[in-house]
Structure formats: C-alpha cells, structure tokens
Design a protein around this ligand. Sequence first.
Ligand SMILES: C[S@@+](CC[C@H](N)C(=O)[O-])C[C@H]1O[C@@H](n2cnc3c(N)ncnc32)[C@H](O)[C@@H]1O
Length: 231
Amino acid sequence: MWRNEAKELAYASFHLAMLGLGVRMWRPTLARNLEGMDIKQPLLVMLLQAAARGTGSPGRIQATEIGCLSGHASVGMLQGMPSVHLTLVDPYESTGVDVECTPKSNAAREDPMGTMLENVKPFLDRVRFLREFSFPAASQVADESMDLVFIDGNHTYLAVREDIQAWLPKVKPGGLLIGHDWNHWHPGVSRAVLEAIPPYLLWLEPRMHFWIYQVPGGRDAGLAENSGLCR
Ligand SMILES: C[S@@+](CC[C@H](N)C(=O)[O-])C[C@H]1O[C@@H](n2cnc3c(N)ncnc32)[C@H](O)[C@@H]1O
C-alpha cells in the first residue's frame, strides 16, 4: 500500500515541479462514459483535431506515430479520425536500452508487428508503415508535411532528443509535436523535451502523460479551451 502512496507522491511532486517551470496542463473534458477507461485513444483523437485546427487543414490530416507496437494507439486514431493518414514507424527490434513496453494480449506480446498489421488491416488505404528506427525513417518524410507527429518509441534521453531533432522539422506550422510518458518513470523524456522546447510553450496532459508542443506559425489549436471530440 505504502508503495502506491509513495508513487502517487512522487508523481504529484513531479507535476508540481513542472507547473513551477511554467508548463501548462491540458485537461480536456471527457465524455462521462469514458471515465475509468483507457483514454489514450480518445485523447489522441482530440489532439489530431487540435492539430487540424492549428494547421487549418480542412480535409486530409497527416500524422506519424513513432513506435506503434501492436497498433493500439494507431487503431484509435484511424477509427476516431476518418480523415487521418498515418505513417507508422517501428523497427520491431529491441536495442535493449529502453524501458520494457509490454502489449496487453498474449498474441500482441508474441508478435507485436503481426498484431499491428492485423489491427490496421481495415484502414490500409490510410496507413504507411516504415519498419525502421525513427531517425532513418525521418529522411523518408518531407519537411513540414505532418499535422501531428507522435513520439512514443525509445524513451531514453538520447533517443527522445534525436527524435525531436529529426521530427520537429516534419511538422507543418501550427501542427503538433507530441510525445508520451512524460513522467518520473522516464526522466529522459522530460529532460530531452525541456532542452528542446521552452517550458512555457509546452502542454502536459496529466492522466495519460502526453507532452504537447504547437509549432509556431499556424492558427490557434484550441488547447486552452479544452475543446474536442469527447465533450
Ligand atoms: C511504448 S511502445 C509504443 C506504444 C504505442 N505507441 C501505443 O500507444 O500503443 C514503444 C515502441 O517503440 C518501438 N521503438 C523502440 N525504439 C524505437 C526507435 N528508435 N524508433 C522507432 N520505434 C522504436 C518499440 O519497438 C515499441 O514497439
């Protein structure tokens, strides 16, 4: 029991420290029926909507997910946002330096790539899959072509730093560069992000631990208004 409390305390202290740095909290209102559920997918859909507002893209939305594992988040985005075209990047090759990331089902644990391909099958016309590490994959994507880039691959400091360097130029003006696992379990994530982006330009989603940065030069993405799909 005390372990959970210690974790809660560490987590709360971490957030207080981030607020002290000027990081803003993004806490969109969620539909009641989502309370207590895995809200990663709906939050990602809301972020895609915010990115579309920011870039002013009326129709087709371009997004990249770095580290797609068994396709859980990918499917949520494809289902929830019919206008999204997703580039999925994952080498399916462990470097042995990152934290463990374990899919929930047995099938996904045994064959994450096969599970991902099966999961995205109904949406193949909107999916491009690059079986690559993040850095080489970036060279296959045009600059300023993405409404949203979602960094969720290797969570070490050096890898996240490299991801930001490689992928920030890929985001359109007004689009969003976002990432997962900004928390005290992955200190490399916040370190790399805070080195690259001033804290007062960052948003933090406290329930699912997303960090969010809107690239300057576009329209208001509406992050301050807590608006979105799940009202
Ligand atoms: C936390 S899991 C991703 C979870 C997924 N985004 C989701 O929400 O369902 C991390 C994934 O990143 C991949 N990965 C690790 N290093 C990577 C790198 N350098 N570039 C791209 N993907 C990487 C791993 O193979 C793993 O599938």
